[in-house]
Structure formats: C-alpha cells, structure tokens
Design a binder for this molecule. Structure first.
Ligand code: 13P
Ligand code: SF4
Length: 341
C-alpha cells in the first residue's frame, strides 16, 4: 500500500463528506477495500444503490456492476468506475445480438421464453430480459429468481453462466431431461428441436477464473487428515459444487467462514483477493485458496486509479447507459428487486 495515496484518499473522503459514497465488491484488493463505505456481494451492492443520497457514487468493481448502479441511481447522481475497462469476461460470452437472435428463434417456434440474466451480463442483455418479461439474478438469489422465472412462460433462457444455471437447477430439482446447454457458436443457429423442447435452456458461458477449478482439485485436498472443509462459489462447475461443503455467493462464503469452528481447515474456491483476506481476518482458522486465482478485471481497480477518480470527480467520465435501452434494463433489475422485497 502506498501511504501517500492512502492519505490523499482519506483526506478527500473527509472533504467530500456525504456527497461521496464508495462501494466495493468483495473481490477488490485490500488497498482498495480499506477506503470503501460499503462492501458487499453483487446483490447487496445493487440493493444499496436506491438508498444512497450521495451525489457521487464511486464503484470499485467490474463494469457490469457500475452499469447496474447507474441504472438504479437517480439522474442527479454520477456513478464513476475508476477503470471503465474493468470488464467481466463472463459478461462478454453473451453478445447482445446473438442473445436477441436466440430469443427470436425460440419465440418463432411459438414458445413463450423468459430470459433470466445473471447480473454478470451486458446492459443490452438485461434490456432484452426486460423486453421479454424476464429478469436478472445474482448468485445470492439465483434459486428464488429461477423458480420465479419458471412460472412465467413455457421455458427459461438462463444466461450467460451455464454453471450457475445448472447448480441452481440442481438445487430446485429441475430434472436433467428438462435442461439443455445451447450450442450458440454455430453461425446458422443454434438449436436442435430437441433442445428447444426443454424447459430450461442454458447459455454456454463460464467464468474463466472459477472454470479453473476441477473436481480433482477438491478430491486432492479432501485426502488430507483431518478432512478439510471446502467452500466454493456456484460459478464453479457442478462436479466441484457436488463435492463441496458449501456453495454460496461471496457474502455467503464469508458467513460460512464466520460460522465455522475455531481451528477448522477450509479451502475456498473463489477469487483469491477474497480468500486471502478471509485467511488474514480469521487467524483462528486455517484458510487456503483452492486455486481459482485473481480476477484480472477486478485487479484493474487500483488505489492510484481510485485517487485519480476522486481528484477528478467532475471530469472523470460517468457511467452512462444508452437511453434507448436503459428503461428495459431497469425494468429487468426492478423486477428482481420487487421479487426480493
Ligand atoms: P457475487 O454475486 O457472489 O458477489 O459474485 C460476483 C462474481 O462476479 C463472482 O465471480
Ligand atoms: Fe466476472 Fe469471473 Fe471476475 Fe466474477 S470472477 S467478475 S464472473 S470474470
């Protein structure tokens, strides 16, 4: 950590008082986290926005999170992200035009399709969800939202994360025969008629960080004596989740660590900034990363970039969402907040 930068940020925060709110996701580095007013998982951060009065909301996280904040903020508020290029690679696996084509193709077959987008998606995809009467979910409420979506039409298109989709379908006991992972790479379309008759259609996206974790990684640590606990994020593949003791959102993992007995050994399968912080904050437990590594998009937010944003609040480009799609994307998000209310 750079003391000079830290001191400047602290001084600016004091100077700006309640006109500034800094939000940070759990995957941010400690050098950034020390400066945030509110730290949370994706759902908690989204739910916080409507309560904020601050004129400037500085969002330390990836771009889809800042866009979500911009959609839920008032016109008078400016949402700023210290590095606008901090893009989640999973969101990029579902390009808006391709999703639109898939939705059209399913609709043309006479099926009422309800798109349910993980918040880790582009604003264009969220707008399609609003347009088709669907919604949005996070890892913390995926089961509630998928259950809701299954009651709204003939089938659900869950996107972009097939792992979160399958893990959530397992929780809801949606039969395997009712699910299909779409082949959307085929330029002539996508789908065979068999897939299309299923109730749950899964986009084939994954998170490159959680994808690294394989069932063998879990089995290997479980050979230790005494057998350690394994906590993972539901973006891990189902084979990993099936072997773990807990599968939960980032805040859920933090709670599970807090509730574990002193002396417990815990391997955690999620982003390393969070795992290493949990290890430092819980010296009475033995906490190790399972090996997912760092999210390079989250690492783009540095203390120096945060300082530069705070020094140039009115010059730093605010996060803007195209006004042609913002109302539809907002509708999809508000549906989620309403279902959760
Ligand atoms: P949470 O919603 O659990 O905070 O996770 C967001 C994320 O990007 C996980 O990779
Ligand atoms: Fe996206 Fe994966 Fe990074 Fe989460 S960990 S922000 S899903 S790339």
């Amino acid at each position: 950590m750079n003391n000079h930068i830290s001191e400047r940020i602290t001084a600016l925060r004091q100077q700006l008082g309640s006109s500034l709110a800094i939000l940070g996701h759990h995957y941010q580095s400690d050098e950034v986290v020390q400066h945030v007013d509110f730290q949370g998982d994706s759902l908690e951060l989204a739910r916080k926005i409507p309560d904020l009065d601050a004129k400037y909301i500085v969002f330390c996280g990836v771009s889809f999170m800042a866009e979500t904040a911009a959609l839920l903020a008032t016109k008078e508020q400016s949402v700023l992200i210290p590095d606008p290029k901090a893009h989640c690679c999973m969101a990029g696996t579902a390009p808006t035009q391709r999703v639109a084509k898939v939705l059209q193709e399913i609709t043309d077959l006479g099926r009422k399709v309800i798109p349910l987008a993980y918040v880790n998606s582009t604003v264009g995809v969220k707008a399609l969800c609003g347009e088709y009467g669907g919604s949005v979910c996070t890892s913390a409420n995926a089961a509630i939202m998928l259950d809701w979506a299954m009651g709204q039409g003939d089938c659900v298109l869950f996107l972009p994360d097939k792992n979160l989709g399958m893990n959530t379908a397992d929780l809801l006991r949606i039969p395997v025969q009712e699910r299909a992972v779409l082949n959307v790479r085929d330029k002539d379309g996508l789908l065979d008629s068999d897939s299309l008759s299923r109730k749950l259609l899964l986009w084939p996206g994954v998170c490159a960080i959680h994808f690294r974790l394989k069932p063998e990684d879990v089995r290997l640590v479980q050979e230790d004596d005494p057998r350690p606990l394994v906590f993972v994020h539901p973006e891990c593949e189902p084979g990993v989740v099936a072997l773990a003791n807990v599968s939960a959102s980032t805040s859920g993992i933090i709670r599970a660590v807090r509730e574990a007995s002193p002396g417990a050994t815990i391997y955690i399968g999620t982003e390393d900034n969070l795992v290493l912080r949990l290890a430092r904050l819980n010296p009475d437990k033995h906490i190790y990363p399972l090996g997912a590594g760092y999210c390079s998009a989250m690492l783009k937010i540095t203390e120096a970039r945060l300082l530069s944003t705070l020094e140039n609040l009115d010059e730093h480009a605010a996060v803007r969402v195209d006004s042609a799609i913002a109302p539809k994307a907002r509708k999809a998000l508000e549906t989620m907040l309403d279902v959760m209310a």
